[in-house]
Design a protein around this ligand. Structure first.
Ligand SMILES: *Cc1c(COP(=O)(O)O)cnc(C)c1O
Length: 437
């Protein structure tokens, strides 16, 4: 074990051919070391080709993509273009990373958190509709946008969410940051709503070191997003600004990495799916441990007769849940060390009354398993803590069914990146088995 390499959750992985470095070198050689240039344009073209490809040949899309400095920036600009302003409300999935909801507050608007459905862990359409009706009744105003999230890559129920959004005429901003290349009925996530958010942070499906993109529906929206991303600078010989913009455009260096990464994105996705399948197989008979899987059903294109899965997750991260009755080695010490550290190393001080971690945290056995795996050189992590349980959102309205909180308490993310080999998965599963008492 001592000589075993550490297995990380999801590490960036460059193309074998080293194309990322070739594109970066080109940027230096041609002096395009700025937040625009040939790599940015090339990366956007690659992204457009990727998101517009539909598994039904006859349904090719014509989306336009803007490359940005982060996925968070993409959420921010999408909300601006949905007309979100101070005092407005936006319905957003509670079970997510904070980048889905924080930009709502940047605009002085209020997130309205929507809990998850059991099977996908994503925005529950029924709660969404309940929330829309209730917000209209309580505030006299419709929420300005709806932000569903493809958690760990698994698609949300696109049909139901789009149907509700269309019925109430509320724009959808799809947060596909974790679901890059995941599909719903053969079509790539991020292409159903008014806007689609992509992220290329270091640990995502592909990386530009840090970066993101916004998928837009047409030339006009594309142009407007581009204006906002470049300080809303008008075309005069001097600097003329009609609106407040942002410095959110992707750098030409980062885009060079992105162009190289786009040559291996399909391999990456295939690898993530293979790792997921192996976890499912090897953990199938481990009592008390369940692998989170997408719903299985298929869909047939009427014209071509081609059949595809309804849900097609990229399985960005593999996630498991641990039955609360399962006993894990070292469970009696769970949280002791962490809480000690958190209160400044005062040994033995646990469950300090003011400590936020005690109010809603993964079960002791989950924390014990994380610590056990860490000692075995495996990085595992709790699921995202639901936003409605975060202190910074304690006053935000939330429409709840208990699913996200319950999953947060029993769930865990396992390593899944391109560096995770078949042997690694076997080792991880063996480690989990040996941790169980
Ligand atoms: C990663 C991520 C984002 C975007 O994050 P950036 O780090 O700003 O690129 C947005 N939403 C979700 C759910 C994410 O996981």
């Amino acid at each position: 074990m001592a000589d075993k390499k550490r297995i990380y959750l999801c590490l960036a992985h460059m193309s074998e051919a080293g194309l990322e470095q070739k594109y970066i070198k080109e940027a230096f050689d041609t002096n395009w070391v700025v937040p625009l240039g040939p790599n940015v344009n090339g990366f956007e073209k690659d992204l457009e080709e990727f998101v517009n490809e539909n598994q039904n040949e006859n349904e090719k899309l014509a989306k336009r993509v803007v490359a940005l400095s982060s996925g968070t920036a993409a959420v921010h600009l999408a909300l601006i273009n949905c007309g979100v302003k101070a005092g407005d409300e936006v319905c957003v999935q509670s079970f997510t990373f904070c980048a889905s909801s924080h930009p709502i507050t940047y605009l002085g608007a209020t997130p309205v958190f929507i809990d998850s459905e059991k099977d996908t862990w994503n925005m529950d359409p029924e709660l969404l509709e309940e929330a829309i009706k209730d917000r209209i009744a309580k505030t006299g105003k419709k929420p300005k946008a709806i932000v569903p999230v493809a958690l760990y890559g698994v698609p949300y129920n696109v049909d139901r969410i789009m149907e509700i959004a269309n019925r109430y005429d509320i724009p959808v901003v799809e947060d596909a940051a974790e679901g890059f290349g995941s599909r719903w009925k053969g079509q790539v996530l991020g292409t159903f709503g008014k806007y689609g958010v992509l992220s290329f942070n270091g640990n995502k499906m592909i990386t530009t070191s840090g970066g993101g993109a916004l998928v837009t529906n047409n030339e006009d929206e594309w142009r407007e997003i581009m204006m906002y991303a470049t300080q809303y600078r008008e075309s005069y010989p001097y600097y003329q600004h009609e609106k407040i913009g942002f410095n959110y455009r992707m750098s030409n260096i980062c885009a060079g990495i992105g162009r190289g990464q786009m040559t291996v994105v399909n391999e990456h996705i295939a690898h993530h799916k293979k790792v997921q399948a192996l976890y499912e197989q090897l953990l199938a008979d481990v009592k008390g441990v369940s692998v989170h899987k997408q719903p299985v059903s298929s869909f047939k294109f009427q014209d071509s007769g081609v059949e595809v899965p309804v849900y097609d997750s990229n399985y960005w991260l593999c996630t498991i849940t641990l039955d609360e009755n399962v006993k894990i080695k070292g469970q009696e010490n769970a949280y002791k060390t962490i809480v000690t550290g958190a209160v400044g190393g005062a040994a033995g001080v646990i469950h300090a009354a003011s400590s936020a971690v005690t109010d809603c945290q993964p079960n002791d056995n989950v924390e014990a398993l994380r610590v056990y795996m860490d000692a075995a050189g495996i990085e595992a992590r709790p699921l995202w803590k639901p936003m409605h349980k975060q202190p910074c959102y304690k006053d935000a309205p939330a429409y709840l069914n208990g699913v996200s909180e319950a999953m947060f308490k029993v769930g865990m993310c396992l390593p899944a990146g391109p560096y995770v080999s078949e042997d690694d998965v076997k080792y991880i599963v063996d480690t989990i088995k040996s941790a169980i008492l």
